[in-house]
Design a protein around this ligand. Structure first.
Ligand code: NDP
Length: 282
């Protein structure tokens, strides 16, 4: 039987519906959740992501401010903008669109964000709190991955989850979140020996690699939940890290690319921004 396709588009729409109620409740108390975005340079992908974030804010009636800075902006100027958002009571969440130009130290900029406004969840305080299981902002893509798994109705407790990719923004936080839901977690990376042998043992497989259609159907355990984070251009198509055609007859659940994890990421950003505003009200 072919896998059930988990539509991120549909799940994101359901979550946005629920979020709109939370925005209305905040507005009734005189608070409009505000997101401040800093975009440095001319990277077309970054500009397009920021546009989508602005659109999502408009859709849900959030206040959003985008500060566009030239690629030549100095680190001190970017940090000064972060600090201005830190002080601004109308801004509850701050996002610095990555990557930053090479002459800027990303970590220094992230460190300048007040952790309670760090809606991307990249500040070391939020990263540390995620690891020790304290309240934090969960990075948006990993949060979206977890929502998709949970909404598939799959019980994670006691299962074997394999995460391919160990980046700070996707692989590592996804692994921590799966562990916190009592999965037994294996992390794989570019030096993992015999990757297909490891992925074949996965009840839940999360692919966050950035290699087009790397993971084939015969790398997948029959019935597994397969979450494909990858976004890769293959000719004129966008494809994931999983070869959907060979994987979907084997998997139990699978996310498509596009329309899987992608729509969840921005939705989770909006959710974190609303939560940041709610926390101020207590
Ligand atoms: P990174 O490049 O930061 O990390 C890639 C990871 O994959 C690394 O840990 C690397 O290992 C590992 N890797 C590379 N090649 C192999 C291989 N052949 N076998 C096993 N592991 C390998 O990528 P990101 O985590 O930032 O992103 C991953 C993918 O997810 C990309 O396609 C990106 O576009 C997409 N993405 C999608 C988002 C969305 O909203 N849908 C959001 C963020 C990312 P090592 O550490 O050893 O180098």
């Amino acid at each position: 039987m072919p896998a059930r396709v988990i539509s991120g588009k549909q799940v994101a729409a359901e979550i946005r519906q629920a979020l709109s109620g939370r925005v209305q409740a905040l507005r009734a108390r005189g608070v409009v959740p505000g997101l401040g975005v800093i975009l440095v340079g001319d990277d077309p992908a970054s500009h397009s992501y920021v546009k989508s974030k602005e659109r999502a804010c408009q859709e849900l009636a959030l206040h959003s401010v985008v500060r566009r800075m030239p690629a030549t902006a100095g680190q001190h100027e970017v940090i000064a903008q972060v600090e201005a958002f830190n002080r601004d009571p109308a801004i509850h969440g701050i996002l610095v669109q990555l990557p930053l130009p090479d002459h800027i130290d990303e970590q220094a900029v992230i460190l300048a964000i007040r952790p309670e406004k760090d809606v991307d969840g990249f500040h070391p305080v939020n990263v540390g709190n995620l690891h020790i299981g304290s309240r934090c902002f969960i990075p948006c893509t990993p949060a979206g991955v977890m929502e998709l798994i949970e909404r598939s109705g799959f019980e994670l407790k006691g299962t074997h989850a394999v995460v391919v990719g160990r980046s700070n923004i996707v692989g590592k936080p996804v692994a921590m979140l799966l562990l916190s839901r009592h999965a037994t977690v294996t992390m794989c990376h570019s030096r993992t020996r015999d990757l297909p042998a490891v992925t074949r043992t996965a009840d839940v497989l999360v692919a966050a690699v950035g290699k087009a259609e790397l993971i084939k159907g015969d790398w997948i355990k029959p019935g597994a939940v397969v979450i494909d984070v990858g976004v890769n251009r293959l000719g004129d198509r966008l494809v994931g890290d999983v070869d959907f055609a060979s994987a979907s007859p084997v998997a139990g659940f699978i996310t498509p690319v596009p329309g899987g994890v992608g729509p969840m990421t921005i939705t989770m950003l909006i959710k974190n921004s609303i939560e940041a505003a709610e926390r101020i009200l207590g």
